[in-house]
Write a protein that binds this ligand. Sequence first.
Ligand code: SIN
Length: 539
Amino acid sequence: MTHVVVVGSGIAGITAALHADAAGAAVTLVTKGALQDANTTVAQGGIAAVVFPEDSVKAHIRDTLAAGAGLGAPAAARVLADEGAARIDELIEAGVAFDRTAGGDLARGLEAAHSFPRVLHAGGDATGRAIEEALVARLRASGVRVLEHAFLIDLVTADGRATGVDLMIAGCRGILPADAVVLATGGAGRLYAHTTNPAVATGDGIAAALRAGAEVADLEFVQFHPTVLAGPACFLVSEAVRGEGATIVDAAGRRFLFDAHPDGELAPRDVVARAIARRMREQDGRPVLLDATSVRGADTAAFLAARFPTIDAAVRAHGWDWAHSPIPITPAAHYLMGGVVTDLDGRTSIPGLFAAGECARTGVHGANRLASNSLLEGAVFGARAGAAAASTGWPTVREPAAVVPSGASGASGASGASADIAAPPFSRAALQELMWRGAGVERDAPGLAHATAVLSRWAAAVRNPRTPADFEHENLLTVARAVVAAASVRRTSVGAHFRRDDPACRTPVIRSVATRHAPDSPESGTHVRSSAHVLQEAR
Ligand code: SIN
């Protein structure tokens, strides 16, 4: 019997585990927190899918590829749109009570850059929580073994193939062998000082894949959500609020988004986020305002409380009566379009290693993800990866591309340390601030070069991880260096990757030669021997 280990417990991980289980594999799902500690749990707006007769797969594909700014993979978009309805049926069957109209039909939500209101939601704005709870219940009732609070230290490989995972559970290290490993570890929003992501989003799976030598691509495409309640909590105010008619105004009370795009508030997310960031700069950093006071006319307060109960409670807890006055909002890091390169069944460049969900890069999102396609991605590609991992054989795996020394890659400054750089001591907060300033909503060569040099210093200084928090620091550093390297190489602005400077460039794939030494190994002085990123032309 094939033993599959799935790492991660959001929609992609649990779906992969359930599908591998259904295919007859012996499945173990490991997750670093409790099962519900996943990005899925905090997803608000909904899940996009073609379930209404007036909608079409073709339209969903078109919207997905348009949002992806020309870099999306049509085959992946087709799979996503084609298989969405089946995954929605499965979620309903698992007990997800999507919101319905008074007539009993599924309620239709509209979000930015969708040509049709195809976004399903549950509990108003608690879609992710409803999905996670139903999937966790299904998982608990299945034959899948669950290991919570099990931190992924590294992938284990032998003869170029994934053979298990190295875990830390309650302070003890141990290897869990597997015939196939599915990474579903989510994104890395915690790279940034401002993010909608929960504390678990530290890029652990992507970092482990990089250390194992897997192909990783598109990490320069970090999506910044335009509307997060200003303040330390970074509370997400769903795009669905704008879908219901809320507007965005500057400090002078002027709507300004139509200056950036004909769709105004419902323009693609990257356009809105950038326009907001610029307007904030123009008004000395003051946040812009989301005005929901006219949504649904006279019934605004009742409507907002019923349609958006989670946001309503959070906004009010922060002292705002959003039915009567606009609320301050800013952009924050939200989603990583890039990740571990996979085919349409989750296969990575390492035999036996699969990836699905936000940590994977199928190419479906191109340079910018369409709103509410992420939960769908987790369901569709999680199911495919789980089924493929459960199969006993692997089709021919692509030969990994040849490794080119980073100095010869043309990625000047992408991985080199600068001797005279003034780097503050490493801390997670310092890294997050560095990334926000150097590789945030807008980037440029000097900012990226500075980030590169500082990260390089820190990589040499942070050594001998022993606790999960230490390992997270190491992972954040590894992924940060990869993001900055990718952003340095892509010198043109496209989708979510906006550079103030703009010469032509090619799409990079990043392969890492980063390796970790055991703390007690002879080379333990620098546990990341080299995190030089090898940049190669992919397309
Ligand atoms: C939102 O509700 O605005 C976020 C949904 C998404 O990221 O697709």
